[in-house]
Design a protein. Structure first.
Length: 350
């Protein structure tokens, strides 16, 4: 069976050719899919015979809302979606003054093993398809009735560990017949897979690259993030410098502030040193508590920020949204089918 919504328009056209159908039919179907239509029967402008043929050979992904939680603090919405194969992933809708941002997952689980993050606790099950990433944007927009202007790949999973599907998803997201969300409205966050950062640089995309830094020195970073043992922080910064040279795009660095681990003055100074020659922006994240992790939030965020800024590095403190529904950075997790019924904080499909 073919996953129609993961196909780019030209691929859809060749598929229709193999069915002996004219190219304009492929266009019609593409438009329906981008509108979030979930059944071939709703594609009114297709002949019944073609609808049947499509239903025999292909399918349309349509995640079900397994749970929807709304933050009482700030109106942030967290969706738990059940996918076609029963796996569940999470998506968060955040409302900012500059528009609505949706934070999407790129994998079912994660295999990067960062010590402070809930998304990786149960490991990775599989990559998400382009359609499953697009659906998170599409169905969040349809369910909430609110237009989405920005997409961040900062949910569950490591986008550069699923790069081909992510790139295809971005093409679909940008498409003029689809949601038309441009690259400038997309942020992609990575834990620092160096060869993939280099490969991404070659593409000259207008998106914002975010790098999860969390420590500027290798011993600390290796303790927190196993990826640092494969590509250490020095190699990572070299790749960031190359990325900036290739694309001219400023990189954003995420830094979750952990008490007594990565919040020392010397670490701020080392960040400044490593950023020399490149305009970087550091996003300081108050550490969110994760049950499985021993770490505590730092009490030195403002001092750390000042220390960076006084040396010419822009640093902002990320406002934490959706804390009461575990929708903040690092708190999203895949859920198995049996867990999803857990009624904690459940507001149903209101
Ligand atoms: N795998 C990608 C995408 C995830 S983005 C990446 O690592 O960048 C999610 C962001 O939240 C990452 O920067 C991650 O390091 C951060 N994060 C994870 N756990 C956190 C926690 N407990 N508190 C604050 N931020 C956390």
């Amino acid at each position: 069976m073919i996953d129609l919504k993961s196909m780019l328009p030209e691929e859809l056209a060749s598929f229709f050719e193999t069915l002996g159908e004219p190219a304009f039919r492929a266009k019609q179907v593409f438009t329906w899919l981008q509108k979030g239509v979930t059944s071939f029967d709703d594609m009114h402008n297709l002949p019944a015979a073609l609808r049947r043929k499509l239903a025999e050979r292909s399918y349309i992904t349509a995640p079900q809302v397994a749970r929807k939680q709304v933050s009482r603090l700030d109106g942030t919405v967290k969706y738990l979606w059940e996918l076609r194969d029963g796996n569940c992933i999470e998506t968060v809708l955040m409302r900012y003054h500059h528009g609505n941002t949706v934070c999407i997952s790129s994998q079912v689980g994660c295999r990067m093993g960062c010590a402070f993050c809930a998304s990786t606790v149960a490991g990775k099950v599989r990559d998400l398809t382009p359609s499953e990433m697009l659906d998170q944007v599409l169905f969040t927009q349809l369910d909430s009735g609110e237009e989405i202007s920005n997409v961040v790949l900062m949910g569950i999973g490591e986008p550069l560990d699923n790069k081909e599907n992510v790139l295809r998803f971005l093409e679909l997201l940008n498409h003029p017949e689809g949601l038309r969300i441009g690259m400038r409205h997309v942020s992609l966050s990575t834990c620092g897979i160096v060869p993939q950062i280099d490969a991404l640089a070659q593409l000259h995309l207008q998106l914002t690259l975010s790098v999860s830094l969390h420590a500027p020195d290798s011993p600390t970073r290796s303790d927190l993030m196993p990826v640092n043992r494969a590509y250490d922080v020095e190699e990572l910064f070299n790749a960031c410098h190359r990325y900036f040279q290739m694309t001219g795009r400023r990189i954003s660095f995420e830094y979750a502030m952990i008490d007594g681990v990565n919040d020392h003055d010397w670490q701020a100074d080392l960040i400044v040193q490593r950023l020399r020659g490149m305009p970087g922006h550091v996003n300081l994240i108050p550490l969110n508590e994760v049950a499985e992790s021993p770490f505590k939030p730092s009490r030195r965020i403002r001092q750390f920020q000042k220390r960076l800024e006084s040396q010419g590095v822009t640093a902002t403190v990320r406002r934490s949204l959706g804390g009461d529904i575990d929708a903040s950075c690092g708190q999203l997790r895949r859920k198995a089918m049996e867990e999803k019924g857990d009624a904690h904080g459940d507001l149903g499909n209101q």
